[in-house]
Design a protein around this ligand. Structure first.
Ligand SMILES: C[S@@+](CC[C@H](N)C(=O)[O-])C[C@H]1O[C@@H](n2cnc3c(N)ncnc32)[C@H](O)[C@@H]1O
Length: 353
């Protein structure tokens, strides 16, 4: 039995669409890079039974604890680790968990993080200015808000929040330092922005910007996407759900670039980059939640799911197979799956005919 969660803990977004995009199959191996409350992980383990295996990682130890309780009934099918996905490749190599059939990133935060005032993510609840996904990390939002020069603060609020009043907000913040609590910061932003009416609360973008800066979200994402590609087996799926345009832009551009054989500037007369495509787009457009899902879970409204499949150049692949000792069916506790290997060989044989 999977323990019930209070409805507020987290509702997995685009759950069925994610399973479909990952092409989950019995006996498959998957990595959930953003385990959260384990909602997607449970769906993956249910659909990959019998024999499916899941490596779940999350930078927040609270998430790992919560997911551990919820995934207990799957026994040894899951391995849950408190890691940052910026270290994805090293983590998978350490635990001999590659190649895999699919990798999922469900970016952002889980409800159980946003709704806890002591985590400092919400501009509507009073708490310390923290915003660290992993509380062991050094820099918190309070460090940035209270010590960064005004110009750097404005830069963060502009770049990561796309906030047009960034300079004004930064000036007000610096004048009012030290700022200790989230509501204190919210009031300062409201004062800086004045009575301007917008669809979203005036503090939304600044809080987003601080959270991105504290957790190095965009740098970690760019790095993790590159690492993910190298861990996917032939036809393995890379699935990313993002919740704001900055993340989605990174994912979209990464998948587009990786699905091209040449990434030279369009005016270059001949190709000099030597780039070889590693992905193919499975769906050209981002997949969005249905109106029914948004009604049921308003937090899903900004979600965008993108999916790509791994392609492998034949020569590179066969070299990798030899280098990895892939053909030994018994090595690495059966992780290097003979079924996958057979599928890859058949696909290449067919493409050579
Ligand atoms: C939207 S939630 C995932 C929810 C999950 N799919 C579910 O169904 O319950 C995002 C999760 O990613 C985690 N996270 C954010 N940045 C991370 C990073 N760099 N490395 C690992 N986990 C991260 C957060 O702690 C959070 O638990």
């Amino acid at each position: 039995m999977i323990p019930e969660l209070p409805p507020s803990a987290h509702i997995p977004v685009l759950r069925e669409e994610t399973i479909h995009a990952l092409a989950v199959q019995a006996g498959g191996r998957y990595i959930d890079c953003t385990l959260g409350a384990g909602g997607h992980a449970i769906a993956i383990l249910e659909r990959s039974a019998p024999g499916g295996q899941l490596l779940g990682i999350d930078a927040d130890p609270t998430a790992i604890e919560l997911a551990r309780q919820r995934l207990a009934s799957f026994g040894k099918s899951s391995l849950l680790l408190n890691e940052n996905f910026a270290d994805l490749e090293a983590t998978c190599i350490k635990h001999d968990f590659f190649p895999v059939h699919g990798i999922l990133f469900d970016l952002g935060l889980a409800s159980f993080q946003v709704d806890r005032e002591e985590r400092g993510f919400s501009f509507q609840k009073d708490g310390p200015l923290d915003m660290r996904v992993n509380p062991a990390q050094k820099t918190s939002a309070a460090d940035i808000v209270n010590t960064y020069p005004e110009s750097e603060l404005a830069n963060i609020i502009w770049t990561y929040g796309e906030e047009t009043h960034s300079r004004r907000i930064a000036r007000y913040i610096v004048q009012e330092r030290p700022i200790r609590n989230t509501l204190q910061l919210t009031r300062i932003i409201e004062k800086a922005v004045g009575g301007r009416r917008e669809k979203i609360h005036p503090a939304t973008r600044t809080f987003q910007a601080l959270r991105i800066a504290v957790n190095r979200e965009l740098e970690n994402l760019e790095s993790a996407l590159k690492q993910a590609v190298s861990l996917l087996g032939f036809e393995g799926r890379l699935v990313v759900i993002s919740y704001h345009s900055l993340e989605d832009r990174i994912v979209k551009q990464f998948m587009q670039r990786e699905s091209r054989d040449c990434i030279c500037a369009p005016q270059a007369p001949i190709c000099v980059c030597g780039h070889v495509a590693t992905l193919r787009m499975v769906s050209r457009r981002a997949i969005k939640p249905s109106p029914e899902e948004i009604d049921f879970n308003p937090r899903s409204r900004s979600a965008r799911l993108r999916v790509a499949g791994r392609i492998v150049n034949q020569d590179t692949y066969y070299k990798a197979v030899e280098d990895e000792g892939f053909s030994n069916e018994n090595d690495a506790g059966g992780w290097r799956r003979p079924a996958l290997l057979r599928k890859i060989r058949m696909a290449f044989a067919a493409s050579c005919n």
